[in-house]
Design a protein around this ligand. Structure first.
Ligand code: SAH
Ligand code: SF4
Length: 398
């Protein structure tokens, strides 16, 4: 038996299910304050023996220092009595994910390899444009859903990121971009997409709690209109996502027939195209001003025919969806079972959808030279070849 069997079982393409794997507690036993609501911070302070009135005041002050000033050292919180900071530091922590590696692409895209306190690696990407800067945030380490064209889906080890690790990514980006104190003017980081590693709707509570802090006017202060959550189609969670989070929705559709979608996005076997589009039609807050984005990865001879494009238009019209389509050229990775459609094919597909009255821009891949493009996220540690791993195992035995 290989050592891999000690890892979590992979649900596989037949019947994907969420596999909740919570973060392990911190080795130092401290309580992480990032990711907690103001009330939760107050309750923690009370549990630590602060008087209720003190706890209320201190929680407000701490919140302000954390989210408006980016401070992670209690001693730097100048309105908190010096004598109290060791007491706070002993019991509480304010931490960012660990930066293992930071890379910058020739096109300005930045990618970070990050590590959780218990040693799991995940990635985050920042994409600067002329009028905006988008941070692509991860929700899980790896992903259990095994979409066939996605490199992240081939990762073995998966755990949910907790709210602190999700908010922590945004804070870390602000650190790197020098954007504290947080002011709404002139920021580079203007938009967030939950399109990094993982399926956000399989980690609903943590993603919700994290985004609440990101959207809080006194928190990180990003408008919900500038945040997009992308799902491969976890239908039962979509209504809750609309009600409890309320951000823009992107759906990884990628195919218009059961046969093809079953193959490339296996969660389709559980929640089919019709169910998915009905859930989109019912998504709270979707209207012509806030359209649902359908992501469609262009795979040569798989999902890219004229007939596919026409069927896409028919489906969107049939469900009366306020929609736009993002055509994503497939980003290859070593061993990927597909190729990207030709530029001509992508253009023809885009034209048909556009003539059907639906906007269908082609997304330019960014950060390809540093493997930061869509679906290429997979940690370096995981990229070691089988031969490397065998050599390492042999060396350990020797
Ligand atoms: N799990 C979520 C969000 C992360 S993936 C989801 O699937 O929606 C973000 C987007 O990148 C998805 O639309 C995904 O299908 C797409 N993607 C994955 N692998 C890709 C690849 N190799 N080339 C292009 N796009 C890819
Ligand atoms: Fe997971 Fe999304 Fe990749 Fe599918 S495309 S394997 S859902 S990260």
């Amino acid at each position: 038996m290989s050592a891999d069997t000690s890892l979590m079982p992979i649900p596989g393409p037949i019947d994907p299910v969420p596999v909740p794997r919570a973060a392990s507690p911190r080795a130092d036993g401290k309580v992480e304050l990032i990711g907690l609501s103001r009330d939760a911070i107050r309750a923690e302070l009370e549990a630590a023996g602060f008087e209720p009135k003190q706890a209320r005041l201190r929680s407000k002050q701490i919140w302000h220092w954390i989210y408006n000033r980016g401070v992670s050292d209690f001693a730097a919180m100048t309105d908190i009595a010096k004598a109290q900071s060791p007491r706070l530091a002993e019991r509480f922590a304010i931490t960012r994910p660990i930066v293992v590696e930071a890379q910058v692409s020739t096109d300005g895209t930045r990618k970070w390899l990050l590590r959780t306190h218990d040693g799991h690696d995940f990635e985050m990407v920042f994409i600067p444009d002329a009028d905006r800067g988008t941070l692509c945030v991860s929700s899980q380490v790896g992903c259990t859903l095994n979409c066939r064209f996605c490199h992240t889906g081939t990762m073995k080890l998966v755990r949910n990121l907790d709210a602190a690790e999700i908010v922590g990514q945004v804070m870390l980006a602000r650190d790197a971009l020098g954007e504290w104190p947080s002011s709404p003017d002139g920021r580079m980081l203007t938009n967030i997409v939950m399109m990094g590693m993982g399926e956000p709707l399989y980690n609903f509570e943590n993603v919700r709690d994290a985004l609440k802090i990101v959207m809080d006017g006194d928190g990180l202060g990003l408008s919900k209109r500038r945040i997009t959550l992308s799902t491969s189609g976890v239908v039962p969670m979509m209504a809750r996502a609309g009600e409890e989070i309320g951000v823009n929705l992107a759906v990884s559709l990628h195919a218009v027939t059961k046969e093809v979608r079953d193959e490339i996005v296996p969660i389709n076997k559980k929640y089919g195209i019709d169910q998915l589009l009905a859930a989109c039609a019912a998504y709270p807050g979707a209207n012509n001003a806030r359209r649902i984005t359908f992501e469609y990865v262009m795979l040569k001879d798989k999902n890219d025919s004229d007939a596919d494009a026409r069927e896409l238009v028919r489906l969107i019209r049939h469900y009366k969806l306020p929609a736009k389509v993002n055509l994503i050229p497939f980003n290859p990775w070593p061993g990927a079972p597909y190729e990207c459609s030709s530029d001509e094919r992508i253009r023809a597909f885009s034209t048909i959808v556009f003539q059907g009255g639906i906007s269908a821009p082609v997304r330019t891949p960014r950060g390809r030279d540093i493997d930061a493009a869509c679906g290429q996220l997979k940690t370096t540690a995981e990229k070691r070849s089988r031969a490397d791993l065998d050599r390492e195992a042999a060396a350990q035995l020797a």
